[in-house]
Design a protein around this ligand. Sequence first.
Ligand SMILES: [Zn+2]
Length: 163
Amino acid sequence: MNLLQFEIKVKEYSDKSEMPENDRDLLDKAVDATATAYAPYSTFNVGAAVRLAGGKIFTGSNQENSAYPSGICAERVAIFAASSQQPGEAIEAIAIAAQTDSFELLNPVTPCGSCRQVMAEYQNLSGKPIRVIMKGMTKKIWVVDGVEDLLPLMFHADRLKNR
Ligand SMILES: [Zn+2]
């Protein structure tokens, strides 16, 4: 038996002023997008902003539904908007922010498993890493330089081989 261990790397910034300007702007757009969330059930507003390789930015927010599974996360709203309007263009970065009055949020918000898998799909498609920038309600920010740091051993259809 071998024990395989995988290392993930997360950069932590104590304030957005430490970040590069274009990522700071993207994060501001994600924070702004929290105001457009439709989240009457969770009262957890999430905003996301995606920057494509050509510089275009698409934003999204979580959209909930009384039939729970019909809702969708902010990250996927933004990613699917970007991919449907600029198909095939690589995603350079996605910023995610959250806002809620219902509870304390001490750490940056991190994407759910489904959104991680969707990010993995587009990263694998372009072959270029997607930087993920995460913020909660404090000044603290977490950044990973590729989806593999959020989803080690990710499912990747290209790795399946026919015999
Ligand atoms: Zn999600």
